[in-house]
Ligand binder design. Structure first.
Ligand code: DQA
Length: 144
């Protein structure tokens, strides 16, 4: 069975209460349940993890690389400045596995610092601005 790992970066466990006008009112636990339900319907194995730690996210990216799993990744604020996470994403996609960068909001329509992504150059593709549907669109893409 195909394996997909969904990784979420800092502050995304606060979904539902964090800036609901930008990120919506759905909480993180519900997001994971929705993703798991869709994965079951699509016949793939899905594991979702969230961390505020750059080091932990890098370890999980390396684990995905070593197991050959595709990754759906919302690096949150690390998107904009973590070269270490960008490098881990590069290692992942250069291994031949896919990595889709996702964002709930459209960072390009927001503050200037959000317009830079150090992850996008290493990503297979980027989906942003569709709320939690950004994750579902990525899941569809990885299973099509
Ligand atoms: C985000 C956008 C980032 O700029 C921000 O730091 C986040 C969430 C998004 O999903 O829209 O934490 O990645």
């Amino acid at each position: 069975m195909k394996s997909i790992v969904v990784l979420n970066g800092p502050n995304l466990q606060r979904l539902g209460s964090r800036e609901p006008d930008i990120y919506g009112t759905l909480d993180y636990t519900t997001l994971v349940s929705i993703l798991e339900k869709h994965a079951t319907e699509l016949g793939v194995s899905l594991t979702a993890k969230q961390s505020d730690s750059e080091s932990e996210l890098i370890s999980w990216l390396h684990e995905a690389t070593d197991s050959g799993a595709d990754v759906i990744f919302n690096p949150a604020a690390f998107t904009h400045y973590s070269y270490a996470i960008g490098d881990a994403c590069k290692i992942h996609t250069e291994s031949g596995a896919k990595l889709i960068e996702v964002h709930i909001s459209n960072p390009h329509s927001r503050e200037e610092f959000r317009k830079t992504s150090v992850v996008s150059p290493a990503a297979t593709g980027v989906i942003a601005g569709f709320g939690i549907d950004s994750y579902l669109l990525a899941l569809r893409q990885l299973t099509s």
